[in-house]
Structures are given as structure tokens and as C-alpha cells.
Design a protein. Structure first.
Length: 223
């Protein structure tokens, strides 16, 4: 079946399967508005969503707006978010971007990729999540998990996340991007994890996976 499908046809089949498995896609990070989403996404860098959701209630109880956040000392923010990792860098970014939102954006999170990516600690992936989930703007946030799965499934060359994003945007209709990136994340957690993954029992890797990946896995499982 892999040899008979073009990459575009494979993308259609995968999208249909993901829609069957995950018809609804709740946002994994707990938040109340664009600002708290922005902070939660920033904290999620190299950290699980589950851990972020355990930390943010304490942080947002003290400061859930830019105005309240800048009143906190950076050290206070750092002590609260320490379980998320990279707390020295993230705490400075949170305090710094909150001040910029007040000074340059009337205390509001801007609905612009350019303005978001100009904020401390906010890269293209974080901006994409905020634009798609807070403002409904079509975006395809690609993290390391989606990057890995896109390569496994033969949908991208897998050279870097930037190239993967371009490849996926070409394969899937724009009106699917916001939902699809969450569906891929959910699928990866349930069926296609980074470690201990058996591609031959995976609903996507089995029938549609990249040949090179399957050959490598076959050698591994036969040892």
C-alpha cells in the first residue's frame, strides 16, 4: 500500500484516520485567555504539558495578567516555575515580555506573528500555537514530536522543524492546520511515542510509514 500512494494521497488518508480517532481536540494547556496561554506555551518548552498544568495554577493565582506579573520579582517567578525546567531563562522571559505587552501593546497579547516573535522567549512555534489556539489564525505549530512523526510517516524529509512545517502546510488544506497539529500530538502520545515504539503495530507507521524507518525498526526488533 505504501508504494501505491503518493505523498498527497497518504496525507489525505492520515488526516481521515486522525479525524476518526480524535474528532474533538481540547487544548492540552490549561489557560483562561491569550496571555495565560502564551505563558503556558512558553513554559512547555522542553517540559510536558502535564507538568506545566500543575505549575501554572500557582503562578496564575499570583499573576494572570501582564500588570500583575511585572509586580513579581523574577526570582519569585523562577521559584514557582522551577519544576518546568530552564527556570532562570523562562522567568526572565515571562517578566520581560509582560513589560513589553504593557509598554507596546496596551497590555494585550498581539495577534501578529511578527509582534509575538519579537517577545523574549517566544519563537515561531510558540507564536504559531498562540495564533492558532488563541486567535484562530491558520498555523501549523511544529514541535519535535510532530517533526519526528512527519519523518516517520514519510510526509517530510525531517531535516529540521522549519522544513517540516513547510512540507506539512503543502500537504494539508489550510482549514485543517489548527486541528490537525493537535491530532498529531494526541496520536503521537497514544500510538507513536519517541521511545519503545513498535511501528508495525502503529495504525499509521505500519501501513504508511517511511521505508527507511521500517527497515531500521525491523533490524532492531529482530535482534
Amino acid at each position: 500500500m505504501r508504494n501505491k500512494l503518493t505523498k498527497k494521497e497518504k496525507a489525505i488518508v492520515i488526516a481521515e484516520l486522525l479525524e476518526q480517532l480524535y474528532p474533538t481536540t481540547p487544548i492540552p494547556l490549561t489557560h483562561q485567555d491569550p496571555y495565560t496561554l502564551l505563558i503556558a506555551v512558553l513554559l512547555s518548552a522542553q517540559c510536558t504539558d502535564e507538568r506545566v498544568n500543575k505549575v501554572t495554577p500557582s503562578l496564575f493565582a499570583k499573576a494572570n495578567t501582564p500588570q500583575k506579573m511585572v509586580r513579581l520579582e523574577v526570582e519569585t517567578i523562577k521559584s514557582i516555575i522551577r519544576p518546568c525546567g530552564l527556570s532562570p531563562r523562562k522567568s526572565k522571559a515571562i517578566h520581560g515580555l509582560s513589560q513589553i505587552l504593557i509598554d507596546q501593546h496596551q497590555g494585550e497579547v498581539p495577534a501578529s506573528f511578527e509582534d509575538l516573535e519579537a517577545l523574549p522567549g517566544v519563537g515561531h512555534k510558540t507564536a504559531s500555537v498562540v495564533m492558532s489556539q488563541a486567535f484562530g489564525v491558520p498555523a501549523f505549530p511544529v514541535d519535535t514530536h510532530i517533526h519526528r512523526l512527519a519523518w516517520r510517516w514519510g510526509l517530510s524529509t525531517g531535516k529540521n522543524v522549519t522544513k517540516t512545517e513547510v512540507d506539512l502546510k503543502k500537504l494539508f488544506p489550510e482549514n485543517q492546520w489548527n486541528k490537525l497539529h493537535l491530532q498529531i500530538i494526541f496520536f503521537g502520545r497514544e500510538y507513536c511515542p519517541a521511545r519503545g515504539h513498535n511501528p508495525f503495530t502503529c495504525p499509521i507507521c505500519g501501513p504508511y510509514g517511511r521505508k527507511a524507518y521500517l527497515k531500521e525498526a525491523e533490524r532492531k526488533f529482530s535482534e
